[in-house]
Design a protein around this ligand. Sequence first.
Ligand SMILES: Cc1cc2nc3c(=O)[nH]c(=O)nc-3n(C[C@H](O)[C@H](O)[C@H](O)COP(=O)(O)OP(=O)(O)OC[C@H]3O[C@@H](n4cnc5c(N)ncnc54)[C@H](O)[C@@H]3O)c2cc1C
Length: 311
Amino acid sequence: VNLQTDYGIPIQNNVPLCRFSTLQIGGPAAYFAEPGTREAFLPLMAFQKHDNLPVLIIGRGSNILFSDEGFSGLVISLRKFELDRIQFSPDGSVKVSAGMSLFRLSALCQEQGMSGLEFVCHIPGTVGGACAMNAGFGRAASPYREIKDVLRSVTILDLLNSKLRVVTRDEIKFEYRKSSLDKEIVLDATFQLTPSTREQVRDEVKANFTYRNSVQDLRYPSAGSVFKNPKKPAESAGKLIDRAGLRGTRIGGAMISEKHGNFILNVGNAKAVDVLQLIDLAKSRVFEQFGVELEPEVKLMVPGLSSPCTV
Ligand SMILES: Cc1cc2nc3c(=O)[nH]c(=O)nc-3n(C[C@H](O)[C@H](O)[C@H](O)COP(=O)(O)OP(=O)(O)OC[C@H]3O[C@@H](n4cnc5c(N)ncnc54)[C@H](O)[C@@H]3O)c2cc1C
């Protein structure tokens, strides 16, 4: 099948995935597409079905470790998907494309003086990725919030019949940094906001950025926190990794941050295997010393492991 001629879709071969990951790591995708519209999206699914290819949906790749071998199927990036789709309604909701960046969404909410999404203002992902991951954030003076607290519904593409379906929040299973949406293709999301003022929203956004800058290590490419925080009463994953003496540990081009034990940085041409070795090291040291099993938050697209984000 020739997608370009048979379906009229620009599709690329052998696209390096390191360009689409905030860690800047990853080998080539056999097929890669960035549909801008639903019309361009649907035929991609026809192509996928025809060749029975595994599909991976990505947003900004800010929570994924791609393998050094790449991905042998079709990667669909939503980075450019329906970027002008945003609709504020009089009932206080906002409906946005899954491809919209969280930075932009929170800026637009601020402009409207609508509150509710300030907690995602600094997260470098898309709306779709945030829904799939149930992204969350909190700081001492402001309670921890997750996507599930503000999400009303999403529109998904049902792969069985290529039809669109609206799924309400109650139908979605949410856990800490996990949702049943990571097996779906989210095309848009509707959030419930509350009326506020531009100034109040701006102040909350500023405070979140200030706190984020003080705790996270943003000097080098990363995928944010690598591990989920274990259930209480254990300490945070970052603290446990610090206490295991692993801050600053380097393997190849990857290093556990000296500032934040839960960040692994690409300090120079890191390979996925370097990051995976650091992950294994942190897991085993923390288990030996504290009996706590750390679970990765970052999606590991590595052969041999299950591929949690393929649909
Ligand atoms: C510096 C830094 C700071 C961070 N801080 C935070 C933080 O404070 N809180 C937090 O929760 N996270 C944080 N993250 C992690 C990350 O930004 C979030 O998980 C984000 O929501 C991922 O969005 P994305 O678009 O990049 O998703 P991707 O990384 O591209 O994908 C993540 C998962 O979502 C799935 N997915 C993506 N788009 C869709 C879609 N449209 N439909 C269905 N599934 C989809 C993918 O298949 C994959 O399983 C941080 C990351 C970095 C690099």
